[in-house]
Design a binder for this molecule. Structure first.
Ligand code: NAD
Ligand code: UDP
Length: 316
């Protein structure tokens, strides 16, 4: 017999996963953090290791897992283009085999299961802002496809397990998220720009810098994930989670320079293939069904993230 909520977080030693583990422990849950440490690190959860309700397990989601559990957050998957393109076959396996294994676990245990999907399922969108009923514009054979199509197939599996086996599923489409514990070398725009600015190096704008993104602070995102997980049965999503504030990449660079007081200059590099031109979530569904919306403005979140990287660069 168990009294606490036993929660599995796959990819729990990653950027978002580690914040999620922390927040779950605060709710009184028992947290099983599972990771293969491809892009995550023990150091991200080192402060949780002595917690009596926290357990860290090295495991790859492409392999079956046998544990007893009440809720599953399936976060395991490299998220930055540099990392997911490093071993694209493994990226697809992580999304697809990982989803099959975790859905199988949910089926056996009766656990509720949430999938960390992504705005990348919309590809380079023709519809703006992106609503959940938009099917997307995705290249199936390009360098981003291992991630985009892997995540799309994971969504398919979630909805087939829902229809065929009546699983209690939740699908979150996460938009660009940033904050402390982002990997300093993962090539993502927020971490790149902050590290470059703090080191006085040129800020690398890919293309003309006029492409847009919407940036969500990690604490807001974690609250959204937990609201979705604890929403009534039948609220399956897919549901967009992100901050609808939309900025060009050049505007982001300028904000980072201003907030760090850096002497860095802007420089241009080639735009990567299939780089989406614009991205902004329509979060009406999240507001209506979860009563959730972000509360941290970009400049406020950047200040906290800059402080994190400043400390990290001093100690490494
Ligand atoms: P991250 O790379 O920091 O975290 C992913 C974690 O999964 C890492 O700890 C990694 O070691 C682990 N992992 C990778 N493959 C695994 C495997 N086969 N088995 C077990 N563990 C494995 O990335 P993140 O930004 O924290 O992203 C977390 C999740 O959210 C991912 O599924 C990602 O696709 C999704 N997401 C993130 C963003 C974002 O902006 N950060 C946007 C959309 C979706
Ligand atoms: N980008 C950039 N300079 C960098 C890193 C990224 O101009 O040093 C651009 C990138 O081309 C994209 C945007 O910033 O248009 C967001 O890139 P990121 O890799 O963070 O995420 P994603 O493309 O997956 O949204």
């Amino acid at each position: 017999m168990h009294l606490t909520n036993r929660v599995l977080v796959t990819g729990g030693a990653g950027f978002i996963g580690s914040h999620l583990c922390e927040a779950l422990l605060e709710t009184g849950a028992e947290v099983l953090c599972l990771d293969n440490f491809f892009t995550g690190a023990r150091s991200n959860v080192a402060h949780l290791l002595s917690h009596p309700r926290f357990e860290l397990m090295r495991h790859d989601v492409t392999m079956p897992l046998f544990v007893e559990i009440d809720q599953i957050y399936n976060m395991a998957c490299p998220a930055s283009p540099v990392h997911y393109q490093y071993d694209p076959v493994q990226t697809t396996k992580t999304s697809v085999h990982g989803a099959i294994n975790m859905l199988g676990l949910a089926k056996r245990t009766g656990a509720r299961i949430l999938q960390a999907s992504t705005s990348e399922v919309y590809g380079d969108p023709d519809v703006h802002p992106q609503q959940e009923d938009y099917w997307g514009n995705v290249n199936p054979i390009g360098p981003r496809s291992c991630y985009d199509e892997g995540k799309r197939c994971a969504e398919t599996l979630f909805f087939d397990y829902y229809r065929q086996h009546q699983l209690d599923i939740k699908v979150a489409r996460i938009f660009n998220t940033y904050g402390p514990r982002m990997h300093p070398n993962d090539g993502r725009v927020v971490s790149n720009f902050i590290v470059q600015a703090l080191q006085g190096e040129d800020i690398t704008l890919y293309g003309d810098g006029q492409q847009t993104r919407s940036f969500c602070y990690v604490d807001d995102l974690v609250k959204g994930l937990m609201s979705l997980m604890n929403s009534p049965e039948g609220v399956t999503g897919p549901i967009n989670l992100g901050n609808p504030g939309e900025f060009t990449i050049k505007e982001l660079a300028e904000q980072v320079i201003e907030l760090t007081g850096s002497i860095s200059k802007l420089t241009h590099k080639p735009l990567p293939q299939d780089d989406p031109r614009k991205r902004r979530p329509d979060i009406t569904r999240a507001r209506e069904q979860l009563n959730w919306g972000p509360s941290v403005a970009l400049n406020e979140g950047l200040v906290k993230t800059i402080a994190y990287f400043d400390e990290l660069l001093k100690t490494t």
